[in-house]
Design a protein around this ligand. Sequence first.
Ligand code: ZN
Length: 134
Amino acid sequence: MTETCSFTIKTSAHSQMKDITENVKRIIAESGVESGICVVFSAHTTGGITINENADPDVKSDMLCGLDRAVPWSAGYRHMEGNSAAHIKASLMGFSQTIIISRGKPLLGTWQNIYFAEFDGPRTRTVFVKIMEG
Ligand code: ZN
């Protein structure tokens, strides 16, 4: 078991799929762990972690567009902060991903990258990474 690591990112839009694959790769490499499990966790209520397409950028924008259609910004929500849609979308994405570490790298499909899914930006966000060897 290694120490819990973290990194910060700055998102630049209200809704954004921010690629954090390189950040995660760096932490795994620095840990020296060749085989194990890596948990990537968003410590926020309006931004989640997901894995999806890394080739066609239209997939990222289509995902954000689809989530906007499914969860409109204004829909008579009660939460006084006015950002209930961001809370709902973050929960839909989930706040963590568990990734297999193989040969010192995250085991991802050819077309997969890891994303911080921002739904109430732009903001500075903190992502935690826990690596378990095994
Ligand atoms: Zn809120």
